[in-house]
Ligand binder design. Structure first.
Ligand SMILES: *Cc1c(COP(=O)(O)O)cnc(C)c1O
Length: 391
């Protein structure tokens, strides 16, 4: 049910998958938008009711509205199936747990999302004796050297969402496969439109849909995509027992958001490129982190894996942390907030943690999300606020 059907596989372009996969007009009374199945249970066939089995039983295990969102995401990523969760962290923690064993060892990229790091550096070691090694991730040799006999998982995030560092997915997947080690990637930065890690040999792809996939800053959710046997086991066991399925209403909002994902990303990418190019030339900005920009350090990996850019970038401006916080406070369009991927522009001051600084991150940075507003107005807003910083 979380799997692509034969009919679904006829949708071969990103635009058609986003707009139309899952429209089952015959089943849904011709409704142009599929309905929200806002029901807890599904009655089963009896002699008295004479109905046929729909295959659904209880909405903690599967729900028809959630299924449509899952099949769209599976098709975009090129997986056999997908599962939606109540948050990105529910998807990520489930993906990680699939490959964990008590007392195993995990290799993890040091600049990956903070929540995933807290799990692997604190929760799993404390509860189940899991050990971990952090890597910077930009050299395959470094990752290979961190592997131990008891390693069961290599956890990747490429690009990461603060300094946008990338890993060579094909090379890491090959090393892992040869040793029977699982690979999980947080593919949130790229979205399935700009990178499909399964095609490069990665086992499980995780997303938060709270960012670009939902796209309207009105849902929290996650998704996990993989080959059939993994999806089947997680659907039957982990997701049903931990109970973290996405609710039908959020699923419906996600389907609504996905319809415009190609268009929105195109605009975020154009706006992001313009803002990045402006900031790279600005005398009050020391460093810009943006895949696709002139000064991006991993141009080869960008060309190999990513097919587009978006609105997320980080900068290190001149000045003390206090002066930089005051720069953020002077912005009118860029609201001070910690998410991204919606229609709105955002700016936030980030103190990088000690481990990521030890692996090449700066001490602090400003992360900007370039939204769908008029890009000249956004640049003018940055210009007036940057003028308060020292040369
Ligand atoms: C926001 C985010 C998450 C967490 O997603 P939630 O939906 O908030 O649980 C995970 N990874 C990345 C890269 C994110 O940006």
């Amino acid at each position: 049910m979380a799997f692509l059907t034969e009919e679904d596989r006829k949708y071969t372009t990103v635009e058609d998958i986003c707009a139309h996969l899952g429209d089952d007009y015959g089943k849904f009374c011709g409704a142009i938008v599929p309905p929200i199945f806002q029901n807890t249970l599904f009655v089963q066939p009896t002699e008295a009711n004479g109905i046929q089995s729909s295959g659904y039983a209880y909405s903690r295990t599967a729900n028809p509205t959630t299924d449509i969102a899952e099949r769209k995401i599976a098709a975009l990523e090129g997986g056999d199936g997908a599962l939606c969760f109540a948050s990105g962290m529910a998807a990520i923690s489930t993906g990680i747990m699939y490959f964990l064993k008590a007392n195993c060892h995990v290799v993890m990229v040091a600049s990956s999302y903070g929540g995933a790091q807290c799990l692997l550096k604190g929760f799993f070691p404390r509860k189940f004796g899991v050990e971990f090694t952090l890597v910077e991730g930009n050299s395959v040799e470094e990752i290979e050297a961190a592997i131990r006999p008891e390693t069961t998982l290599i956890y990747l995030e490429s690009p990461c969402t603060f300094t946008m560092k990338m890993q060579d997915l094909e090379a890491v997947a090959a090393i892992a496969r040869a040793r029977g080690i699982g690979t999980v990637i947080d593919n949130t930065y790229a979205t399935p439109l700009h990178q499909q890690p399964l095609k490069h040999g990665i086992d499980i792809v995780c997303h938060t849909v709270s960012k670009y996939l939902g796209g309207h800053s009105d849902i929290v959710g996650g998704a996990l995509v993989a080959r059939r046997e993994i999806i089947q086991e997680i659907q039957n066991v982990d997701r049903t027992l931990f109970g973290g399925i996405m609710d039908p209403h959020s699923s419906w909002l996600l389907i609504r958001g996905l319809r415009t994902l190609p268009l929105r990303l195109k605009q975020h990418g154009e706006n992001g490129m313009k803002v990045a190019a402006y900031l790279e030339k600005h005398p009050k900005v020391k460093k810009v982190y943006y895949p696709g920009s002139e000064t991006y350090e991993q141009k080869e990996l960008f060309a190999k894996y990513l097919t587009g850019t978006n609105g997320l970038l980080s900068i290190v401006p001149n000045g003390t942390p206090e002066q930089i916080r005051s720069f953020i406070g002077k912005l009118h369009y860029f609201q001070n907030g910690c998410s991204r991927g919606g229609f709105e522009s955002l700016a936030i001051f980030i103190n990088c943690d000690g481990d990521s600084i030890a692996h090449g991150n700066p001490e602090y940075l400003v992360r900007l999300h370039v939204g769908l507003e008029n890009v000249d107005n956004l640049i003018a807003d940055l210009e007036q606020a940057l003028s308060c910083l020292p040369d």
